[in-house]
Design a protein around this ligand. Sequence first.
Ligand SMILES: [Zn+2]
Length: 175
Amino acid sequence: MKWVNHIAIAGATCAIWKPELVPIAVLGSTAPDWLEWVLKACGRRVAHRTLTHYVIYWVLGIVFGMFVWDFHYAITAFSAGGFSHVFADSLTLMGVPLGWWSDRRFNLFGGRLRTGQMGEYWVTGVIVVMCISVGVMTRHFDGGDYTPFFWDYPDYYHQGLIDGAEWKENRFRWL
Ligand SMILES: [Zn+2]
């Protein structure tokens, strides 16, 4: 799957949870791919979608972050980002391996998607729209400090920073 979609999925889901962790989740959401380059740079050859795409590693990362030790949820957010990557990859034809014990890859929902084709943009779009809906529904309009998405146009509006027209124009924009 393309990075833009990995980033959008992780960013949108993380924005609902903790907006301030979006950069870390985004970093994690691309990690399974860039970790391959890091390992390569260290002289270790890794075939694409093997070691760094083991679903179990990312799940363990989340569990570790949640139950063992974490620093401001950074490990959890990073691992969750990585998990969203392998999850999304599992929707594609190529699939992902569950762990080191498995030389088979598995696919979810029949692995219908092919990288770079429209399907993955549709899946990403649906997830992002769902996240925005949840964000809007759970939003605290009373001026609480919780912000599901980065653009806080209604608040800017109230603070008189932008005029009504600008807010109207941007209220559905988030990329
Ligand atoms: Zn990948």
